[in-house]
Design a protein. Structure first.
Length: 283
């Protein structure tokens, strides 16, 4: 086709329209009163834009985490996901909170002793020394008696009181022992066995022994029994109780009724001293 063709000239003169030309033409059309472009800071500061950006960032991070997890399926999991860890801790907290309130107290922390601190001595029970048995107070001698005689007189009186004997019986028993043995616990030269027991001398009147010179051969008891002052006194009081009306008898008559001595009047001489001794021991 020839270049001078008018149709060809029309096609050649027409230029394609570009965005720049459109913008320029638009700018020229609007002129000085064109609309101002919204600033970039205003766009970023708006709430819809911020939400969109946050959503996009979260999605990106999630994709990265999924890709990393898929790539490390064969490797051991070393990092526990945050959501799972939080759930586990919440479960543990719930389990602890559901326990009973009656819990055992936590053990006290025992601190090691200071190297300079002195150990506290452990208190030990104080043992009291056993009390020594208190010896009975020996009676003070009266009526010219010595201590051994007064001790024997006390035994005679104590036995009489234990047997509920009246004061008159105590005087009769003391007067009899004063006459028979002078208030000494005597063995017998005739009975060598009697010397094996505690004694305060010996006599030779047949087999008579002890404070009341009672004879084992007459049925008063064994040698061992009669050598005990308490037994001898008890045997005397028992025999006196068997004498009818002894309470109305004289001291001599009552003593003679029990002893059947060859000298029945000898007991009377000891009545006053026996009365004094009985009063002193029963005061």
């Amino acid at each position: 086709m020839h270049s001078d063709d008018p149709s060809d000239q029309k096609l050649t003169d027409a230029r394609p329209t570009t965005p720049s030309d459109d913008a320029a033409s638009t700018e020229q059309t609007i002129g000085r009163h064109r609309a101002a472009e919204p600033s970039r800071r205003a766009l970023l500061g708006s709430t819809p834009v911020r939400v969109a950006l946050a959503t996009g960032v979260t999605c990106c991070l999630s994709l990265v985490a999924v890709a990393t997890a898929r790539g490390n399926d064969e490797a051991p999991r070393t990092v526990e996901p945050l959501a799972e860890a939080v759930a586990d801790r919440a479960a543990i907290a719930d389990e602890r909170a559901s326990r009973s309130l009656d819990r055992d107290a936590a053990p006290a922390r025992i601190l090691p002793p200071s190297p300079t601190a002195k150990p506290t001595p452990t208190p030990t029970a104080v043992r009291k020394a056993p009390k020594k048995p208190v010896k009975p107070r020996r009676p003070r001698p009266v009526a010219g008696l010595d201590q051994a005689q007064m001790d024997n007189a006390k035994i005679i009186v104590d036995v009489g009181l234990e047997m509920k004997m009246p004061r008159r019986a105590l005087v009769v028993a003391l007067a009899t022992a004063m006459q028979e043995s002078n208030l000494y616990n005597l063995a017998s030269d005739v009975l060598p066995e009697s010397a094996e027991y505690p004694n305060q001398g010996s006599g030779s009147d047949h087999d008579s022994v002890g404070l009341f010179q009672q004879r084992p051969s007459s049925g008063w008891g064994t040698v061992a029994q009669l050598m005990r002052p308490s037994y001898a006194a008890r045997a005397f009081y028992a025999a006196l109780n068997e004498i009818p009306g002894w309470q109305d008898m004289s001291v001599t008559a009552a003593a003679q009724a029990v002893q059947i001595s060859a000298y029945p009047d000898a007991y009377a001489q000891h009545e006053d001293r026996a009365t004094t001794v009985a009063a002193a021991l029963t005061a």
